[in-house]
Design a protein around this ligand. Structure first.
Ligand SMILES: C[S@@+](CC[C@H](N)C(=O)[O-])C[C@H]1O[C@@H](n2cnc3c(N)ncnc32)[C@H](O)[C@@H]1O
Length: 273
């Protein structure tokens, strides 16, 4: 693994993550044989607006029973939602060993391991045959990837002709420097922001056609504001604090401020190959 990928894996590393989640569930009095997806929803979707935005994105096309790849799948929350609500067969790939280990164990915990599988790997070298998925899905991953061309080429390569590419991501709006830490990067060396117009050009060059895009910035700001207003001290909280550690607050505040001042934006979209 290259130096950058090691640094990025380190940025996301949390030791004994699954065990920490299980301890908190137990302390909350939840029977481990009856854990529901909703019990872990605060922690297993690592992007602005969590489970709500994934459901919105999923409802934008017909996903019933299809084969999906989630690139940079994290703890696998969106994969489990697609498996349980749409009967999809979902594969997740992620750079982080600890996230992949946790994703597998969480799927087993909520009894969705027969429809979801996870493996460790690099999004820029996908270990899959050409045209092997009906849908490719990615949320909040490309900001860690310097070689955008390679990242989207790989997505395009493994997607079937006639299949859909769904994304939800953070983009820069201007050339000004961004302050760190951010949820996806401890410092500027781990962050590679580009613009929505650049993504649009890139996908067009690959031959994909735009079905729709949605500016999610205002909804993202609302999410942060209500999250901050409702934050109560709770030692068993199962939130993104587990993933972002001691720097949770500066990371979230930085992202919210940049969205508010218009330096960054959130966009989701659907393209057809
Ligand atoms: C902010 S998290 C988002 C996780 C997940 N997509 C979600 O929305 O819940 C970013 C994820 O991208 C993964 N990642 C970063 N660079 C990657 C790469 N080159 N290949 C695969 N995964 C990568 C990280 O390990 C991390 O799990």
């Amino acid at each position: 693994m290259g130096k950058l990928n090691k640094e990025i894996e380190e940025h996301y590393f949390t030791d004994r993550l699954f065990e920490d989640i299980v301890n908190r569930l137990t302390n909350k009095g939840i029977d481990l044989s009856k854990v529901e997806r909703s019990d872990i929803a605060g922690v297993d979707e690592f992007h602005v607006r969590g489970a709500v935005v994934s459901k919105e994105l999923a409802s934008s096309i017909n996903l019933e029973g299809v084969k999906v790849l989630d690139v940079g799948s994290g703890l696998g929350g969106p994969c489990r939602m697609l498996a349980s609500d749409y009967d999809c067969i979902v594969t997740g790939i992620d750079l982080s060993h600890e996230y992949v280990r946790t994703a597998k164990k969480l799927s087993k915990l909520v009894k969705l391991d027969h429809k979801t599988s996870f493996s460790q790997g690099d999004a820029t070298h996908l270990p899959f045959e050409d045209e092997s998925f009906d849908v490719v899905w990615t949320q909040h991953v490309q900001m860690n990837i310097p070689d955008k061309q390679r990242f989207y080429n790989e997505i395009h390569r493994v997607l079937k002709t006639g299949g859909y590419f769904l994304f939800y991501d953070i983009f820069k709006k201007d050339e000004n420097e961004v302050s760190y830490p951010m949820p996806w990067a401890s410092n500027a060396n781990q962050s590679f922001l580009f613009k929505t117009s650049e993504l649009e050009d890139l996908l067009k060059t690959l031959g994909q056609s735009k079905v729709n895009t949605n500016d999610q910035t205002a909804a993202g700001i609302d999410f942060f504001e209500s999250m901050i207003a409702n934050m109560k001290p709770d030692p068993n909280r199962l939130g993104l604090n587990l993933l972002m550690g001691e720097s949770t607050k500066p990371k979230l505040m930085n992202l919210m401020q940049h969205l508010k001042k218009g330096a960054l934006e959130l966009q989701s979209g659907v393209y057809l190959k």
